[in-house]
Write a protein that binds this ligand. Structure first.
Ligand SMILES: O=P(O)(O)OC[C@H]1O[C@H](OP(=O)(O)OP(=O)(O)O)[C@H](O)[C@@H]1O
Ligand code: HPA
Length: 182
């Protein structure tokens, strides 16, 4: 039970389902990068919960860094204007990078971000997103690790917000449209 339950139309993924899927992705990454050291880049703020669970389930030498971008402001639709609000602390040249995201929606954020990171000449770069909402895509983005494909609905919880709320919900659910006036 959560104080937010009344704002949720439908639970898409329970805590248990999230835990199991995150472990499967971590096992896949561990197998794919045997013998290598990886660097996980969490795209703040939404991916912080996924990152925390994923990195602890990966059995490889691994460093972490964080980047913050924003394009949604207080709305439920991408403004199309992506802003870097915090850059990485580390140099990624010649490193094996995995970008960790909570959701791939229009693709505006990740197409912009991946281009910037590719220009810094990593040894390799892959994208790992917990959720993929393909119906909303306006920019193509190549995904290597995807947790779940979801329908065209605004979701919150497990790091994902609406107007900065709901990030601390332990499950992922569809937000009732009346909450955002949709
Ligand atoms: O594919 P897109 O339509 O660009 O949407 C995906 C982006 O939107 C969310 O970030 P947001 O800008 O809401 O910032 P946040 O991570 O701080 O919540 C999410 O974390 C992704 O970065
Ligand atoms: O469905 C969503 N929920 C929360 N944040 C988002 N950013 C892009 N799509 C979403």
């Amino acid at each position: 039970m959560s104080i937010f339950d009344n704002d949720i139309q439908e639970v898409l993924f329970s805590e248990e389902q999230l835990k199991n899927r995150v472990q499967e992705i971590a096992r896949q990454i561990t197998a794919d990068y045997q013998g290598k050291e990886i660097m996980l880049i969490s795209v703040l703020r939404g991916s912080f919960v996924f990152m925390a669970d994923l990195c602890r389930a990966i059995d490889l030498p691994c460093t972490l860094d964080f980047m913050a971008v924003s394009s949604y402001g207080k709305g439920t639709k991408s403004s199309g204007q992506v802003q870097i609000t915090k850059d990485l602390s580390e140099d990624i040249t010649d490193r094996h990078i995995i970008v960790v995201e909570d959701i791939l929606d229009s693709g505006n954020t990740l197409s912009y971000l991946l281009k910037i990171l590719e220009n810094r000449h990593p040894a390799s770069i892959r994208l790992c997103t917990l959720l993929d909402k393909p119906e909303r895509r306006v920019k193509p983005v190549q995904v290597h690790y995807s947790g779940f494909t979801i329908p065209d609905a605004f979701v919150v919880g497990y790091g994902l917000d609406y107007a900065e709320k709901y990030r601390n919900l332990p499950y992922i659910g569809i937000l009732k449209p009346r909450v955002y006036g949709g």
